[in-house]
Design a protein around this ligand. Structure first.
Ligand code: ZN
Ligand code: ZN
Length: 410
């Protein structure tokens, strides 16, 4: 009888880094006080992981897909559907989804503020409701407000394509016309352009905007779509591995990926996806979920945010908070749980963005063979017993340690 174990994957977003001059050419991990991470390194097996392939810079979406065992080159067309799923708007096969911003434009189409003064709910909820039940040609238009100035747009109809350009130029300049990237996407591009026009027509005279104008605030007078993608037709983790699975995350992109992979998505008050997130509340939720689920994925985003800000002191401080959370987990989860602690990509301070460096990964299992690594950091993991694996290798290794893998052959 092989005792089946549960699996916990802790993704510390953007954790891995490079050597920093101001830190005497050490990484933020090396400089952080991290007794609990070190405990897992000392008692686990350690290594480096090319999440997609060596040198490929993953987004948090493609990286999480790879970590869960999906091929992002097969299932990923754009970020839109994952953002939509993140706020609970699940599309169906053939739907094309976009992430959007409420923005302020002037009469000539110049973008004055691409976040419309960071307008948020409940104003965005009211603005969105004026756009509900729209239909353009034979295409159904579904829009929903997201966090702050963000929203999602979902197109439902025949022969739609995700291969269109962004309307949002990502900077303050002119609004861009949506263009097809392949001939089959002509219809979709036309629908998007008509939707943007409609949003402009309806929103510019909306009472909320008239009030904002009076108050001297930027009006949310247009919706700018970007990041088109189709909802992938993928097997759930249950179908793929026979695992019941759940996720605990603050950011809606990660929630959306997990929801599309068929995982239960927990709602944790205080899990903001920001620097101020309540990590212990998330860890408590993980402990509860592990009672009923076979696999739980926990994502902590704050490390990536500090990295994008280029703030290594902040990153060290956050790693120390992550370490306390890891300590809480270590004391609270069943000791036979298989635990993997890793990053979804490196986010070096010097880059202020994601890089293609391999990420640190440690896998702990009570009966696992230990290597000689004692510290949880990038240089130590260079000589770890796990060696160098790819993102797609992770799930098979964890399933095997959990005694849940299928035998190949007789
Ligand atoms: Zn990430
Ligand atoms: Zn990032």
């Amino acid at each position: 009888m092989r005792p089946q174990r549960k699996i916990l994957i802790v993704v510390v977003d953007g954790l891995g880094d490079r050597a920093i001059r101001e830190l005497d050419w050490k990484t933020p991990l090396q400089c952080a006080n991290r007794p609990n991470l070190n405990w897992y390194a000392e008692n686990g097996v350690n290594g480096l992981m090319d999440v997609i392939a060596p040198g490929v810079r993953p987004g948090s979406d493609t990286s999480h897909l790879a970590i869960l065992g999906y091929d992002p080159y097969q299932v990923y067309t754009g970020r839109g559907p994952f953002e939509a799923a993140g706020i609970g708007l699940m599309g169906q096969k053939g739907d094309v989804a976009f992430r959007c911003n409420f923005a302020t434009i002037d009469e000539r189409g110049n973008i004055v503020d691409r976040r419309a003064g960071r307008i948020k709910q409940p104003e965005t909820t009211e603005l969105i409701s004026s756009l509900s039940n729209l239909k353009i040609g034979d295409v159904e238009i579904i829009v929903k407000e997201a966090t702050e100035h963000r929203a999602v747009l979902l197109l439902r109809g025949e022969s739609l394509s995700p291969f269109v350009t962004d309307v949002d130029p990502h900077e303050s300049s002119m609004i861009q016309e949506c263009m097809p990237l392949v001939p089959e996407a002509t219809k979709t591009a036309e629908i998007v352009n008509k939707f943007v026009e409609e949003s402009r027509r309806i929103l510019s005279t909306h009472p909320i905007n008239l009030r904002r104008r009076k108050e001297g605030k930027p009006e949310a007078n247009v919706i700018l779509p970007r990041g088109a993608g189709t909802f992938p037709d993928i097997q759930s983790l249950e179908e793929k591995y026979g695992l019941s699975a759940a996720c605990v995350a603050g950011v809606s992109l990660v929630k959306g990926i997990c929801r599309i992979c068929g995982m239960e998505v927990a709602n944790v008050p205080g899990a903001t996806g920001g620097i101020d997130t309540d990590m212990i509340a998330k860890a408590e939720c993980v402990v509860r979920l592990l009672e009923s689920k076979d696999l739980v994925l926990l994502n902590v985003k704050a490390t990536d945010i500090a990295s994008h800000d280029g703030d290594f002191r902040k990153k060290i401080e956050i790693i120390e908070r992550v370490d306390s959370m890891i300590g809480y987990l270590r004391n609270s989860i069943p000791s036979e749980t298989v635990v993997a602690i890793l990053a979804d990509h490196c986010s070096p301070i010097e880059v202020r963005d994601h890089s293609g460096d391999p990420v640190p990964v440690t896998i702990y299992c009570e009966s696992g063979i230990r290597d000689t690594v004692e510290q949880f950091d990038e240089p130590s993991f260079l000589r770890g017993g796990l060696g160098r694996i790819r993102g797609k290798d992770l799930m098979p290794i964890l399933l095997d340690k959990a005694n849940r893998s299928k035998k190949f052959g007789a």
